[in-house]
Design a protein around this ligand. Structure first.
Ligand SMILES: Nc1ncnc2c1ncn2[C@@H]1O[C@H](COP(=O)(O)OP(=O)(O)OP(=O)(O)O)[C@@H](O)[C@H]1O
Length: 283
């Protein structure tokens, strides 16, 4: 669905260097802290910004070659985009119908009711969460094959977040050929949703792994100074000094459990994997 190879985008004090792939039928997550380069990646993929080098193929074409018909098969939410505040939801319905041949008006209206998005109120009077929900509801109601969702859950409360994540799961279940690329700095959003995860840090992809592997094979070793000294470092990805010794991130927790029964090896949450990869010393 999307292939990015050696994308380089330079700003004054920032360089993005990104290679990633979104497979058909998969939900791929892009996680990273503020300013890591998530939105820049999305904008480049959609042809909204120029880039210095690299190749991008979106649904088989370069972004600049995408025709209106191709674009109508993509559902997009961008962090800083949105509808004019001087419109009401009922005003944007005819616009959506004109733009997207497959726009499903009745589903859109029913989702607006379900998610508490008012149809008769100016968008400028919407709360942050209402605006965020509206963007996702538009993206999922025109039979797109591919959703590119940049921070779709930002500003949503816990219940609304869960509702939107469920909506995305349903969207995928409806057609096995669909795909989603979703970014977030909230790792728990991605943990229960994505098949595949990329971690971006200071413009670089520093980790790419299947979610199952991350959750089932990664682990956090808690070693004191002596234990750390004896530890085989072969499968250690990063290390962080602690008050009692060292925390070590491994992608083979079972190996350490079997070979070092005296050392604590925790499963490690996705948050811990991210913190260790971005804040620890990578080996
Ligand atoms: N138009 C621009 N001109 C100059 N620098 C820019 C521009 N757009 C983005 N940047 C810089 O590129 C870097 C990456 O920004 P980007 O918006 O891609 O990050 P992000 O991962 O989406 O962050 P956030 O989670 O805060 O939205 C930042 O240092 C930002 O200041």
């Amino acid at each position: 669905m999307l292939e990015i190879n050696g994308l380089v985008k330079k700003y004054k004090d920032f360089i993005l260097n990104c290679t990633m792939k979104v497979e058909r039928g998969c939900i791929t997550g892009l996680v990273g802290e503020n300013g890591a380069g998530k939105s820049t990646t999305f904008k480049a993929a959609l042809g909204l910004i120029s880039y210095d080098s690299g190749d991008i193929t979106l649904m088989g074409k370069e972004p600049s070659e995408l025709k209106e018909e191709d674009k109508s098969r993509i559902g997009v939410t961008l962090a800083e985009s949105g509808f004019s505040g001087y419109l009401k939801v009922k005003d944007i319905i005819p616009v959506m119908s004109a733009m997207y041949p497959e726009f499903d008006r009745s589903r859109f209206e029913s989702l607006c009711r379900k998610f508490g998005v008012p149809q008769d109120k100016y968008i400028k009077e919407f709360s942050t969460g209402m605006k965020a929900k509206l963007k996702v509801l538009v993206a999922v109601t025109h039979s797109a094959d591919f959703l590119l969702l940049d921070e779709p859950t930002t500003g949503l409360d816990v219940m609304a977040r869960e509702g939107i994540l469920n909506l995305l799961r349903e969207y995928m279940e409806e057609d096995e050929n669909r795909s989603i690329l979703i970014s977030s700095h909230i790792s728990t959003d991605l943990e229960g949703l994505c098949d595949d995860l990329y971690l971006i840090h200071e413009g670089q992809i520093i980790l790419h792994e299947e979610m199952d592997t991350l959750l089932n094979e990664y682990g956090l070793i808690k070693a004191d100074d002596v234990q750390y000294g004896k530890l085989d470092k072969e499968h250690i990805l990063s290390v962080r000094r602690t008050t009692y010794g060292y925390d070590c991130l491994t992608d083979q927790r079972q190996y350490y459990r079997e070979n070092y029964p005296d050392i604590v090896v925790e499963n490690g949450s996705l948050d811990e994997v991210i913190t260790m990869m971005t804040g620890g010393k990578r080996l």
